[in-house]
Ligand binder design. Structure first.
Ligand code: SF4
Length: 257
């Protein structure tokens, strides 16, 4: 069995396509972790990709968090994120993945997983392979093998007539993660959330103040200065950080960015 983890991002869609082209459909499973806090158009993208790939995309959820709602996970944990931990990734992605693997007889000795790391993310492949918790996993990275970067993935999808998720095209976000992803401390990112999704910004601001999580880093250079979202000045301008391009993974990448 080869399991392609599909994130509703352009890269994982193309990684799945290349895998099917190389290995055929017979032993391939394509699996997504649904999270209700992603943009609604992600669902449309997933369905378009099912037709393009010619394969049904399965859902992997954590039975303890069937609501798939990050805000409920935060309340249950009493925390939104720390520099090395985000409970949403743990419960809705990693533990959901483990559950799926148990339920479907995934065997590390004989089976493999596919991740949509792009060629500019080679270091993520290396980190994955050297992380003790990933010991035994056989990782296939078709985009790195083919030399595809993120822009190549966008182009391939466009050429195939697949409309990219609106979160990229209409709102110009750099990934298809949850809107108001708590992994990002970027001023630029949070100003984008405030501008395009003011209700979500308000909701994260209220919850982060209540739970005592300072989500934004207003610091300069190597001097971090974390503040609450409701303290972020309306006129603060941040630079678009490279790490914003990283998609939320089913294998935790916190602390790797
Ligand atoms: S995208 Fe961000 S907010 Fe959503 S589950 Fe991943 S880390 Fe959490």
């Amino acid at each position: 069995m080869i399991v392609c983890w599909f994130s509703c991002g352009a890269a994982s869609a193309c990684a799945t396509k290349l895998t099917i082209e190389k290995y055929g459909r017979e032993n391939i499973r394509v699996v997504n972790n649904p999270v209700i806090n992603e943009h609604e158009d992600n669902k449309r993208f997933l369905e378009d990709c099912e037709k393009w790939l010619g394969i049904k995309i399965e859902s992997a959820t954590n039975p303890c968090f069937k609501h798939c709602d990050i805000t409920k996970v935060f309340d249950e944990y009493g925390v939104m994120s720390t520099p090395h931990f985000a409970p949403c990734t743990l419960e809705l992605k990693q533990n959901a993945r483990s559950q799926w693997e148990n339920d479907n007889g995934f065997n590390k000795d004989t089976d493999a997983i596919v991740m949509g790391y792009t060629v500019e993310e080679k270091q993520r492949q290396d980190r994955f392979n050297s992380a003790p918790k990933n010991k035994g996993y056989k990782l296939i990275c078709p985009l790195i093998d083919a030399g595809w970067d993120k822009h190549r993935c966008f182009n391939e999808l466009e050429m195939a007539g697949i409309k990219l998720p609106e979160i990229y095209t209409k709102f110009e976000f750099p990934n298809a993660n949850c809107i108001g992803c708590v992994k990002s401390g970027s001023v630029w990112y949070w100003q984008m959330v405030r501008k395009h999704f003011p209700e979500i910004f308000k909701q994260r601001a209220e919850q982060s103040r209540r739970l005592g999580c300072r989500l934004v880093d207003l610091g300069a250079g190597n001097e971090p200065r974390h503040i609450f979202l409701d303290e972020l000045p309306e006129n603060a301008v941040g630079r678009k950080p490279k790490s914003c391009y990283v998609e939320c993974g089913i294998f935790c990448t916190l602390g790797q960015q």
